[in-house]
Write a protein that binds this ligand. Structure first.
Ligand code: FES
Ligand SMILES: [Fe+2]
Length: 448
């Protein structure tokens, strides 16, 4: 056992004291402690499927993007045979970042330090003054370190550092059914439009991941001011009225999803939507209903695939990754997605509307970030850090469902946050990967 693994095992009693997911009690140190963060990087981010890119970002051989898996920088590259590989963005000579661009197309990556170069498939192909290495360094053994598992779902490419991780589809489970309500509205699928909007928030990554999994509750208070603005032109329309009738899904894998079905044939944000989008929604209504059913067509939703990939869908189609940077800082990467066969003016209108609402300075986004930063600041004080927080909304009012691998409950509730922490604790306190069937049993036995 490595010293780090031993250290992580010794931490288990503390983690069990801090996280009582079944009773909805959370110790604030899970958001502040450097040692816990370090174990998260190994046991959560080192063993979970993590979102890397969408197919539409890598249309041609040699196309690449750089991103992060937890703290680790990676390069994601389309191969000549159409497959995708990902590599640690680390020169095998002295550790330099081998690719310093956000995206591009390359036949090779050449390190800017001493000039080692690597093919797009990761092989080490060139070393300046190679005579110095003749008979010493076997080039075949010094290629870029490859991310061992890469799989896709509807064009979303995920990677995992753990060779033994179950297949992506198995780990996603029924969250895929709900994700399809956003991604499978058109036979053409989706594409990303515009660039990635990136910004940093001085708060722990879990605040964002949990909120997108489970927290519709906050919208009534946190977003009151933009919601009043939305209904200003239409006093009979309360955009929050419909949300109370929704549901929440909590997966044994830690994913969460919440949705409501708008009572009227209009999205909640209709008052702000440009005509081009209202017309598009109207025009595609019958075809989308045919494809995914009326209920899923009308779902307005939020979700998280454990640990750090989230999305929103209403008239605001955004995917995002909460990249952890330190216990008290995350970097948000927000993407706008659209039906791939939508007209260009519709794609652009969705992009603009999403930036207006959920861009870095968007109407709603700023409200959320402000909360998380204020909490994180509060947690720097010693008495606050020792005082438990409450995640008990709807505790005991949720049930299993014959049609689903998880549990179902009311949309205003914190069941999926408890499910998120149940999975978190299970991974954090296990040296070996916890078996999913055990997780399911644990979930069914839980107090709910
Ligand atoms: S660190 Fe990359 S070539 Fe030396
Ligand atoms: Fe919010």
């Amino acid at each position: 056992m490595t010293p780090r693994a031993q250290h992580a095992d010794e931490m288990t009693p503390d983690l069990q004291r801090l996280v009582d997911a079944e009773h909805g009690l959370i110790g604030p140190e899970v958001y502040t402690d450097q040692a816990i963060f370090d174990v998260e990087m190994e046991r959560i981010f080192g063993r979970s499927w993590l979102f890397l890119a969408h197919d539409s970002q890598l249309p041609k051989a040699g196309d690449y993007v750089t991103t992060y898996m937890g703290l680790d920088p990676v390069i994601v590259v389309r191969q000549r045979d159409g497959s995708v590989k990902a590599f640690l963005n680390m020169c095998r000579h002295r550790g330099m970042r081998v690719c310093r661009e956000d995206e591009g197309n390359a036949r090779a990556f050449t390190c800017k330090y001493h000039g080692w170069s690597y093919a797009a498939d990761g092989r080490l192909t060139g070393m300046p003054l190679k005579d110095q290495y003749e008979g010493i360094v076997d080039k075949a053994a010094w290629g870029l370190k490859q991310v061992p598992r890469i799989e896709s779902y509807r064009g979303l490419i995920f990677g995992c550092f753990d060779e033994d991780v179950p297949p992506l589809a198995e780990e996603m489970g029924d969250i895929a059914y709900y994700l399809d309500a956003s991604l499978d509205r058109s036979p053409a699928g989706i594409e990303f439009v515009g660039g990635i909007i990136k910004w940093r928030i001085r708060a722990n990554w879990k605040f964002a991941a949990e909120q997108f999994a489970s927290d519709m509750y906050h919208t009534y208070t946190t977003h009151k001011s933009p919601y009043s603005l939305l209904s200003a032109d239409d006093l009979d329309h309360d955009p929050l009225k419909d949300t109370i009738h929704g549901h929440q899904y909590s997966s044994p894998h830690g994913h969460g999803f919440g949705w409501w079905i708008a009572e009227e044939e209009r999205p909640s944000d209709a008052a702000l939507l440009p005509t081009v989008l209202l017309r598009y929604i109207e025009k595609t209504r019958a075809a989308v209903t045919e494809r995914i059913g009326d209920d899923r067509r009308r779902m307005e939703s939020h979700g998280t695939i454990f640990p750090n990939f989230s999305w929103l869908y209403s008239s605001i189609p955004t995917l995002r990754v909460w990249h952890p940077k330190s216990p008290d800082e995350m970097e948000v990467w927000a993407y706008v997605f659209v039906d791939a066969d939508a007209p260009d003016d519709v794609k652009d209108a969705f992009r603009r509307f999403t930036v207006l609402t959920f861009g870095a300075s968007g109407l709603y986004e700023q409200d959320d970030g402000e909360n998380w930063v204020t909490i994180q600041n509060n947690l720097t004080s010693p008495q606050v850090r020792k005082t438990p927080m409450n995640l008990q909304s709807s505790l005991g009012r949720n049930g299993s469902s014959p049609d689903s691998d998880g549990r179902m409950g009311p949309v205003i509730g914190e069941m999926a946050s408890r499910g998120f922490f149940h999975r978190w604790l299970s991974l954090m306190s296990s040296r070996d990967r916890p078996q999913t069937h055990n997780l399911e049993e644990a979930m069914i036995d839980a107090a709910e």
